[in-house]
Design a protein around this ligand. Structure first.
Ligand code: B12
Ligand code: SF4
Length: 448
């Protein structure tokens, strides 16, 4: 039996194409839970042409909401040729009935428990329409994802790792706790160590003399040259303090640079913060979201305190850790001054990198249900659900103001003078890394 797994890519406007491409873990995970007797291949449409004539027994497509329409087109091409298609991932899990109009079967939620049953049913010619796990997956049973099925030449040389699933919070715009549940589940440290050993050698990055010489140019250079770079994709790496501290000690043993997502509250936990710094954390991705407590309370993120944002940034910077911040605009308490407030904050607090997104009410989230009920969603073209387009009517500004303001925020945050003030003025925080990160967005926004 032969299965083809596809990561679809929508046609992007040239000016929206990001320069660095990250690899992904979901399809390598599906490949890893497929019985060994089955041949599996992965195609990433961002780099490879799909061969619709290929003789396969099953096609599996994944999709986040903005790529769902493309996933459906691909599915229909294969179905025309008599090849059954299954779809999984966040979008199909939230809207299985919609997906079933285009595919033969949908895996709802995490796939690990149900995928082997699907393969068995397929063998018997009795594939069901919906496969839904009854419980959330126990992460200690997760296999090692089959990364070798991806062509590593396509991607920025950064390894991806998943250590937890779920999030104890419930922000109304976010699909994570809806999809993975509120129960925060971590993998055993020994399993994470086993996986890390397949990615990096557990030894110093290089000979101390060479390291010292290279560090004269940049402290990060040895790690970039040796490709000791890790992205921990968990939505919230600090959901369980004890586990997080153990994970940080493990990362330290591997002598690498890493980044991941955490809530702003970690800034006020000195022990945790020190652990982050000592483990090689180069960046924490923080969702600031808004400066309005009204907005934050409404979205269920009242634990963010705007009055302490500047202090939090300083505390994290004091440990030598950079911040990738994200902001959401178009919320009900946002007026047209919101863009300037974000730009000023980024520059004044020397935020190392920041993106401003238009609120996107992803299907299945509470924000979608609320805006739908209020009759404010005017666009259901999923391709536009990429946080760069407005798909609902904001309350305190026009759609045009919102879209223009978002673009202005990107342009001003990534302007040369902003990059100079945030990155190049001392004190420096990983200037090589952040200069590269900011410069690619500078180039991108200049094309707008
Ligand atoms: C890392 C990440 C990214 C990375 C890398 C994505 C990548 N290449 O993997 C980057 C930064 C590029 C990114 C971009 C975006 N992301 Co993102 N991202 C994530 C994050 C944090 C982890 C994804 C992940 O790998 N999870 C681990 C894997 C194992 O889980 P999984 O993908 O869900 O797969 C499991 C199941 O879904 C299922 N499954 C998945 N696919 C398939 C396919 C088949 C055939 C089967 C059977 C099963 C199956 O099996 C897997 C194992 O159980 C998630 C949040 C989260 N914790 O998941 C958000 C998340 C997926 N992203 C989200 C969003 C909104 C985006 C953006 C639209 C943001 C933006 N404004 O640009 C873009 C869209 C990119 C695009 N393709 O168009 C939303 C998705 C909402 C939605 N309805 O689609 C999420 C859930 C975050 C959130 N806050 O809600 N993202
Ligand atoms: S804290 Fe982050 S991951 Fe958790 S629900 Fe809120 S936005 Fe989603």
């Amino acid at each position: 039996m032969k299965i083809l797994l596809i990561s679809p890519e929508r046609e992007r406007k040239k000016e929206e194409a990001f320069l660095f491409r990250l690899s992904f873990l979901n399809l390598p995970y599906i490949a890893a839970i497929t019985p060994p007797s089955v041949e599996v291949n992965i195609v990433d449409e961002a780099f490879e042409k799909i061969n619709f004539e290929e003789k396969v027994d099953l096609v599996g497509v994944t999709a986040q909401t903005p790529v769902a329409p493309r996933a459906y087109q691909i599915a229909e091409e294969f179905k025309k040729r008599g090849v059954p298609v299954v779809m999984g991932g966040v979008h199909a899990s939230m809207l299985p009935q919609e997906a079933l109009q285009h595919v033969d079967a949908v895996v709802v939620g995490e796939a690990e428990e149900v995928w082997p049953d699907l393969i068995e049913d397929l063998r018997r010619g009795q594939m069901r329409r919906i496969y839904a796990g009854n419980e959330f997956v126990n992460p200690s049973t997760l296999p090692l994802p089959r990364r070798e099925l991806l062509n590593e030449r396509f991607y920025f040389p950064l390894k991806l790792l998943e250590t937890t699933r779920g999030c104890p919070h419930h922000c109304d715009f976010c699909g994570v706790s809806k999809f993975f549940g509120f129960r925060y589940r971590n993998r055993p440290i020994s399993e994470i160590e086993r996986e890390l050993k397949t990615l990096f050698q557990k030894e110093p990055v290089m000979n101390p003399v060479f390291k010292k010489i290279l560090s004269l140019f940049s402290k990060d250079l040895p790690y970039f040259l040796k490709r000791r770079l890790l992205y921990i994709i968990d939505s919230n790496i600090a959901g369980n303090r004890r586990f997080c501290l153990e994970l940080l000690s493990l990362l330290k043993e591997f002598d690498l640079l890493w980044y991941g997502h955490a809530p702003i509250s970690i800034a006020f936990d000195q022990k945790l913060l020190k652990g982050f710094a000592q483990s090689g954390c180069i960046a924490i991705n923080i969702g600031f979201e808004s400066f309005s407590t009204k907005n934050l309370n409404a979205m269920g993120k009242g634990f963010n305190q705007p009055s302490r944002y500047a202090e939090a940034v300083k505390r994290i910077h004091d440990q030598g850790i950079g911040i990738m911040g994200t902001f959401i605009v178009g919320l009900d308490d946002d007026d047209s001054g919101v863009f300037q407030r974000i730009i000023d904050f980024c520059i004044d607090s020397k935020l190392d990198w920041a993106l401003t997104f238009i609120m996107a009410p992803y299907p299945g989230t509470d924000s979608f249900l609320r805006l739908e009920k209020e009759g404010r969603i005017f666009c259901k073209d999923w391709e536009k659900y990429d946080s760069l387009n407005a798909v609902y009517q904001p309350l305190r500004m026009s759609v045009e103001e919102l879209e223009k303001g978002m673009r202005r925020a990107w342009k001003d945050v990534f302007s040369t003078s902003s990059i100079y003030r945030r990155i190049l003025k001392r004190p420096w925080i990983h200037p090589l890394f952040y200069l590269a990160m900011n410069w690619q967005f500078h180039k991108l926004t200049r094309k707008w």
